[in-house]
Design a protein around this ligand. Structure first.
Ligand SMILES: Cc1cc2nc3c(=O)[nH]c(=O)nc-3n(C[C@H](O)[C@H](O)[C@H](O)COP(=O)(O)OP(=O)(O)OC[C@H]3O[C@@H](n4cnc5c(N)ncnc54)[C@H](O)[C@@H]3O)c2cc1C
Length: 299
C-alpha cells in the first residue's frame, strides 16, 4: 500500500478503501478499481481530507453518484472522494438548502411537494446535487443554474468559501468557475406555484423519460453534448448507428444519444464505441460531436 494511503487512512475517522471496484458504483457498471476511495460523512470531514491529501501531494477526484463518468479499465489513480455521505435537504420559504450528496431528484420532489417552481422539468435526472451543480445538469428546457443561488465550495487545499450566483458564469452543461472546486452544499431560489400543477408536470416528465430512455440498462445518459441547432441523438440515428455494438457496449435502440452496457462491457468497449460514433457522424454529416460525459483515468 502506498505511504500516502496509509497516512490518509490514519488521519481519517471514516472509511478510506484501497482497490474498491468502481464499476459497482458507476451507472455504466464498467471501469477499473479506485486506487483509494474515501467516504466522508460530512463537509468538515471532506474538507479536512482535502487538506491532508493536498499536503501529501495526492491527486484527488471528487465524485457524486457516478452517473456521468466513465473510469478507464486500469482504474482511477490517486484518491477518489465520494460525496454520497453528505446528505441534507431543507425547504425554508422559497429557498431550498441542499447538501452535495443529496440525490438531485429528492430535491426536485421536495420542491414540487412544497409548491415551489423552478426544478420540476429536471425530474428524474440521476446523480447528486453536487454533480448537478458542477455539470449544470438540465432537461426539457430547464437547467440547474436557472434557479441556483449559492454554493459552499472547498478548494484543493480544503479552504472553504461561499460562491454566489453573481460569482459564476455558466453555459450548457458547463460551469468553468467550479473547476478544481468541490461543491459541499448549494441553495436554490424558487418561486411559489401550486403543488398540484408541479406534481402533474413532474409525473409527465418522469413518464416521458421512461418512454424515451433505456432506463432498464446501465448507461450514463447522453454521451455527447447537443450540437448547435440540433440533437446528437438525431444525427446518430440519421447515420443509421442505433444498435452499433462493440463488445458489451451498444448504441441504444431506444435513444441513439445513449450508449448502454448490454452485459460485460469494458470501459474500452464504451470509449471505442464513443470514438466510432463520433467518427461516423463526422464523416456523414461534417458535425464534430463533443463528449458530455467525463472520462477518468487512462484511456
Ligand atoms: C439514465 C440517465 C439519464 C440522464 N439524464 C440526464 C439529463 O436529462 N440531463 C443531464 O444534465 N444529465 C443527465 N444524466 C447525466 C448525469 O445524471 C448528470 O450529469 C448528473 O448531474 C451527474 O451527477 P453525479 O452526482 O452522478 O456526478 P458524477 O457523475 O459523479 O460526476 C460528474 C462530474 O461532476 C464532478 N462532481 C461530482 N460531484 C461534485 C461535487 N460535489 N463538487 C464538484 N464536482 C463534482 C465530478 O468530478 C465529475 O467531473 C443522465 C444520466 C443517466 C444515467
Amino acid at each position: 500500500m502506498a505511504a500516502w494511503l496509509e497516512k490518509l487512512k490514519e488521519g481519517a475517522a471514516f472509511p478510506v478503501l484501497a482497490g474498491e471496484p468502481s464499476a459497482a458504483r458507476a451507472s455504466y457498471r464498467a471501469g477499473g478499481p479506485f486506487e483509494a476511495l474515501a467516504l466522508p460523512g460530512s463537509a468538515d470531514e471532506l474538507s479536512g481530507l482535502l487538506r491532508l491529501a493536498s499536503s501529501l501531494g495526492v491527486p484527488v477526484t471528487v465524485l457524486g453518484a457516478m452517473t456521468n463518468v466513465l473510469v478507464g479499465d486500469r482504474g482511477l489513480p490517486g484518491l477518489a472522494l465520494s460525496t454520497a455521505g453528505l446528505r441534507g435537504l431543507a425547504v425554508e420559504g422559497t429557498t431550498l438548502r441542499l447538501a452535495a450528496g443529496e440525490p438531485w431528484d429528492n430535491a426536485v420532489r421536495a420542491a414540487c411537494e412544497a409548491g415551489l417552481e423552478g426544478l420540476e422539468r429536471t425530474s428524474g435526472i440521476p446523480g447528486t446535487v453536487g454533480g448537478a451543480v458542477r455539470m449544470n445538469a438540465g432537461a426539457y428546457g430547464q437547467e440547474t443554474f436557472d434557479t441556483f443561488e449559492s454554493a459552499e465550495v472547498a478548494d484543493g487545499a480544503g479552504e472553504r468559501r461561499v460562491l454566489m450566483r453573481g460569482d459564476l458564469r455558466w453555459s450548457y452543461r458547463s460551469v468553468p468557475g467550479l473547476a478544481g472546486l468541490t461543491v459541499l452544499s448549494a441553495t436554490f431560489k424558487l418561486a411559489r406555484a401550486g403543488a398540484e400543477g408541479l406534481e402533474a408536470e413532474r409525473a409527465r416528465i418522469l413518464a416521458a423519460r421512461a418512454a424515451g430512455q433505456p432506463l432498464d440498462l446501465p448507461s450514463a445518459g447522453s454521451v455527447f453534448r447537443r450540437p448547435q441547432g440540433d440533437y446528437a441523438s438525431r444525427l446518430i440515428d440519421a447515420c443509421g448507428l442505433k444498435g452499433l455494438a462493440r463488445g458489451g457496449a451498444a448504441v441504444s435502440e431506444k435513444h441513439a444519444g445513449f450508449i448502454v452496457n448490454t452485459g460485460g462491457a469494458t470501459a474500452a468497449d464504451i470509449k471505442g464505441l464513443m470514438d466510432e460514433v463520433r467518427e461516423r457522424v463526422r464523416e456523414r454529416t461534417g458535425v464534430e460531436l463533443c463528449l458530455e460525459q467525463v472520462l477518468l483515468g487512462d484511456f
